[in-house]
Design a protein around this ligand. Structure first.
Ligand code: HSE
Length: 299
């Protein structure tokens, strides 16, 4: 029997479109055991909507790894207990891919290392910014060069927490990418690259006072916010409640606020959900620590 936990992830973090991602301490759990007949059991998030057949993304990812390693597909029971909401910008598909690849790899006694798993995961997902932190943990910077993904990860300042506000509607990444322009102004590119660099430098030097400036973005949020009723009001509410910065989580619709304590996170979370409420959107919130380890075997 193999059991794994794989974390949720928040990509982009404001300016770092398609290259920054942070692993969050919110998990999907996967379990694989030998069985007489093939079975797929799903509990938790997505239990009603996710396919329970071989088209399931976790299973597809497992089969992909077995094919890549020339291994016959075993007869197994796969159990998924999902804590990551679907279609909310929290990396549920990256968690499925990284979880599936890692589970199949553990089943074979780990013939592939994390570097090889990263390449497979980035190919399956199509962009690396969620799969890298789901695999490695922490804050990840990912770059694709000549078809290969390079990812570096490191930890955030230890007292940082993330207040994540999750509205009760989903937004497909495809739809959220479709609203982006094909070209952007040079000034907007400079705006984002300077703030991405500032964000990383400010986190490295613990200059949390700079996060508000560093987390601003002109490449995606301005276009996507029309898909998210109340976006500006939620950002303002988070900052007025004491958050250091507030950005879309991945392609949205969840928003994520950087805070310095669980108590500040609760204030920000409550304020964000109330702001969504004023726009007629039900939302829940949760205060999370960063995850520092990425996907891992558990007892
Ligand atoms: N970087 C991606 C995007 C993340 O913003 O479209 C989506 O999961």
């Amino acid at each position: 029997m193999v059991r794994l936990a794989v974390p949720a992830t928040a990509a982009n973090l404001g300016p770092g479109y398609d290259c920054l991602g942070l692993a969050l301490a919110l998990y999907n759990y996967l379990e694989l055991e030998p069985a007489r007949r093939w079975q797929l059991v799903i509990r938790g998030e997505g239990a009603e909507s996710l396919p329970r057949d071989e088209s399931n993304l976790v299973w597809q990812s497992m089969e992909h790894l077995w094919r890549q390693t020339g291994t016959p597909v075993p007869c197994v029971k796969l159990t998924l207990v999902n804590g990551i909401p679907l279609g909310r910008g929290l990396g549920s598909s990256a968690a499925a891919i990284v979880g599936g690849l890692s589970l199949a790899n553990h089943w074979l006694d780990k013939p592939l290392d994390k570097e090889e798993l990263l390449q497979l995961a980035a190919e399956l997902e199509g962009h690396p910014d969620n799969v890298a932190p789901a695999l490695l943990g922490g804050l990840c910077l990912s770059v694709t060069e000549a078809g290969r993904t390079i990812a570096l990860n490191w930890d955030l300042p230890p007292h940082l927490r993330l207040a994540v506000c999750i509205p009760d509607f989903s937004l497909s990444t495809q739809a959220a990418r479709a609203v982006l322009p094909r070209t952007v102004a040079h000034a907007d590119a400079v705006f984002n690259l300077s703030r991405t660099a500032l964000l990383l430098a400010a986190l490295a030097q613990k200059r949390l006072d700079l996060l508000g400036t560093a987390a601003r973005d002109r490449l995606h949020q301005e276009y996507r916010k029309d898909l998210i009723p109340g976006f500006d009001a939620v950002v303002t509410a988070a900052v007025e409640a004491g958050a250091l910065a507030c950005t879309l989580s991945g392609a949205g619709p969840s928003l994520l606020a950087f805070v310095v304590s669980a108590a500040d996170g609760e204030k920000a979370g409550r304020a964000m959900a109330a702001a969504f409420g004023r726009w007629g959107v039900q939302a829940r919130w949760v205060v999370l620590r960063p995850d520092t380890r990425g996907v891992r075997a558990i007892k």
